[in-house]
Design a protein around this ligand. Structure first.
Ligand code: NOJ
Ligand code: CA
Length: 517
């Protein structure tokens, strides 16, 4: 009998390295800082970490522009520090996933530096080059992540190169077989070092249309399948990309325990999302962005059901609501409302599959409005507050001091730190805090939902109440602003988000043992 994969029923913690804990006084979080505070994570009970990019990078996009796939960014420490982190986390039963960026490299990567040296350069075909259109303009209508043309003219070699993100993030040409060989080596390098898996950046990218056809207009404005009014059908989500994941899955499965591939699958279409699981032979986990962008809580019940129906049998869903791009759920979903934040954590931590918390979710950290002069994200500088990404990347609040326990008091953190009242130290000893609730939910999740994939069934309940059964649990969430009765099958109540009793208060949720019908 093979053991259930460790991520079934597990909790991953996305740790934005630059913002978690600065150990050496430069204002940037780093790997020794993570080791320093690992006890917080084992106390919280998480099963794994996903570290935001740790590899050397010129940081035009804070690590998502990699210049060396087998190194560690000097600002974060050394490869020895990363080895030590893997070992120390492992001692606490916590696995470590890295962020892998296979869609593009930094333009400073030696492959691109060589590719740009001449049309006959050894690495020329590692990248997507194209001649000007007949009118001398850009090769097609593709747009980058800022809304400008995705093509950059390269005068020295008389061609354009493709960048779906910033010009310093040069798209890799996956039609080139040697690229596949390079990434096999990169995967094996880290898996051999004990890395438990990868979060795969732009997992829906990689291959581009061989004919570089124009993208058609978007069907609806601003949906998840579009970019600045275009449907990205030729610049992303190409069918050939699935073949890459079939190969990577074989590599991952060749290790004991199997290594985990978690894709950033940016799509609004649940069928497309499901396709990245393949026939249980591609990614084991795919991020669900329709859920991230849903209206909480009203749109969630239907969307969860639709997700379950869309995924192939046995596929493990992934639930998350915050990250370094989309900001924090306590702001986006809950508008800072404490009852809503508690309810959201209850739901996220009781759905079957894998839950990914973002650092600070556990204390209900909200977005921080970073003034223009302190913004550090080039991709969204000057964008609307909802698109500006620094808001969700501010330092972890460990305590209520001015530096928040993130760095020494004399040091200026790389981004401003959020309000003092939401912090780990105060919440840790308060049984009524968001942190205590979160820890209790993680504990119940581990006890009741780990070691296999639990099912999910809606349970009949009063109007305005969303109730579901999963494993041995019954979960009920009152989505309404008025009190409601508990569902009939409610047994012993294990967790309550509010004061409730006897029924469900407004925006209150419970986790209970499920009684037979
Ligand atoms: C998605 C990452 O999460 C984001 O931060 C980055 O800017 C783009 N991919 C490009 O790598
Ligand atoms: Ca540092």
């Amino acid at each position: 009998m093979t053991a259930a994969p460790w991520w079934h029923g597990a909790v991953l913690y996305q740790l934005y390295v630059r913002s978690w804990r600065d150990s050496n006084g430069d204002g940037y979080g780093d790997i020794p800082g993570i080791i320093d505070r690992l006890d917080h994570l084992s106390w919280l009970g998480v099963d794994g970490l996903w570290l935001s990019p740790t590899m050397p990078s010129p940081d035009v996009d804070w690590g998502y522009d990699i210049s060396d796939y087998t190194g560690v960014h000097p600002e974060f420490g050394t490869i020895g520090d990363l080895d030590a982190l893997i070992a120390e986390a492992g001692r606490r039963g916590i696995r470590v996933l890295l962020d892998l960026v296979p869609n593009h490299t930094s333009s400073a990567h030696p492959w691109f530096v060589d590719a740009a040296s001449g049309r006959d350069a050894e690495h020329r075909d590692y990248y997507v080059w194209a001649d000007p259109a007949p009118d001398g303009g850009v090769p097609n209508n593709w747009l980058d992540s800022t809304g400008r043309s995705a093509w950059q003219w390269h005068p020295a070699t008389g061609q354009y190169y493709l960048h779906n993100y910033l010009p310093g993030q040069t798209d890799i040409n996956w039609w080139e077989q040697r690229v596949h060989d390079e990434f096999r080596r990169i995967l094996e390098f880290w898996f051999d070092r004990g890395v438990a898996g990868f979060r795969i950046d732009v997992a829906h990218g990689l291959y581009k249309d061989a004919e570089l056809r124009d993208n058609p207009p978007a069907l609806t404005p601003d949906d998840l399948a579009s970019r600045f009014g275009q449907r990205t059908v030729y610049s992303a989500h190409r069918p050939e990309t699935h073949g890459v994941y079939r190969v990577w899955r074989k590599i991952a499965d060749g290790y004991a325990p199997p290594r985990l591939l978690l894709g950033e699958t940016w799509t609004g279409d649940l069928a497309a999302l499901a396709s990245y699981y393949g026939n249980d032979d591609e990614l084991q986990l795919s991020f669900n962005f329709p859920v991230v962008f849903a209206e909480f809580p009203d749109e969630l019940p239907d969307l969860i059901e639709q997700t379950m129906a869309a995924l192939p049998p046995g596929a493990c869903p992934v639930w998350t609501a915050s990250n370094h791009d989309v900001g924090r759920f306590p702001s986006r979903w809950c508008h800072g409302e404490p009852a809503s934040i508690r309810l959201a954590l209850l739901v996220l931590l009781t759905l079957p599959g894998t839950t990914v918390l973002y650092y600070g979710d556990e204390i209900g950290m909200t977005d921080v409005a970073v003034p223009a002069e302190l913004q550090r994200d080039a991709m969204t500088r000057g964008a609307s507050p909802q698109r500006q990404r620094d808001r969700g990347r501010t330092p972890m609040r460990w305590n209520d001091t001015p530096a928040g326990g993130f760095c020494e008091p004399s040091v200026t953190p790389w981004l401003p730190i959020g309000p003092a009242e939401v912090n780990v130290a105060d919440q840790r000893h308060d049984p009524g805090s968001v942190l205590s609730l979160c820890r209790r939910l993680v504990d119940v999740r581990r006890a009741e939902l780990s070691g296999g994939l639990a099912g999910y069934q809606r349970v009949k309940s009063a109007p305005g109440v969303w109730a579901y059964a999963t494993g041995s649990l019954l979960v009920a969430a009152n989505l309404a602003a008025t009190p409601a009765p508990l569902p009939a099958q409610t047994g012993e109540i294990l967790v309550r988000t509010g004061r409730g009793a006897p029924g469900l208060g407004p925006a209150e949720g419970i986790v209970a043992r499920r009684q037979a019908d």
